[in-house]
Design a protein around this ligand. Structure first.
Ligand SMILES: CC(C)(COP(=O)(O)OP(=O)(O)OC[C@H]1O[C@@H](n2cnc3c(N)ncnc32)[C@H](O)[C@@H]1OP(=O)(O)O)[C@@H](O)C(=O)NCCC(=O)NCCS
Length: 160
């Protein structure tokens, strides 16, 4: 898979253990805008990215300019027929160039290859940009859930 960003070709590859530091940097850049919008730091800012990078569940978007974005999936458990998309982030300087769309397409392809019904994810109601982004990619809101810490919106896409 390749696309062009800043004139450079962008590819996607599985993350490797050595990517931990750059993943943490991308998370800080991409999710930094939410500090102040929500009461506590977004969950992706609290992850151990050495673990994420080595998990075998993370892919990175790369070009000659370096590592530009990432996406992590969670394997469904207990007969859940949807692959869970977690932690999608693109460096702010590279957003709006199709990298996020490409990373989501990869996750959908993974779900399809695994014979799953689709992809699901959640975000926070305060993150209205995210909801619009996923709806633009034909994800539908299934429900919302509020607890003492957060108010989440759940989205899903059937890929059959
Ligand atoms: C959400 C995010 C990953 C999108 O990445 P991106 O590379 O900028 O997205 P793309 O360029 O692939 O955009 C794909 C489509 O979504 C649209 N889109 C992008 N951001 C959007 C937004 N905030 N609202 C509505 N549509 C949006 C684009 O216009 C594009 O549509 P088009 O192809 O018809 O023009 C990126 O903005 C990001 O990293 N945000 C911060 C971290 C975050 O919130 N991650 C999601 C956690 S659930």
């Amino acid at each position: 898979m390749a696309t062009a960003a800043h004139g450079a070709t962008v590819g996607i590859r599985p993350a490797a253990a050595a990517d931990g530091e750059v993943l943490a940097e991308i998370a800080r850049e991409a999710y930094g805008k939410y500090l102040g919008l929500v009461d506590e730091p977004p969950a992706p800012l609290l992850l151990d990215y050495r673990e994420v990078a080595a998990s075998g569940r993370c892919h990175v978007a790369v070009s000659d300019d370096g590592t530009l974005g990432m996406v992590t999936v969670e394997t469904p458990e207990g007969g859940d027929p949807y692959l869970v998309l977690r932690n999608l982030a693109v460096r702010p300087s590279c957003q709006g160039r199709g990298i996020g769309r490409k990373l989501v397409a990869l996750v959908e392809e993974m779900a399809r290859s695994a014979g799953l019904r689709g992809v699901r994810l959640w975000t926070r109601v305060e993150m209205v940009d995210n909801i619009a982004f996923y709806q633009g990619l034909r994800y539908e809101v299934t429900h919302t859930e509020r607890n003492e810490h957060s108010h989440r919106v759940f989205l899903r896409k059937e890929i059959a």
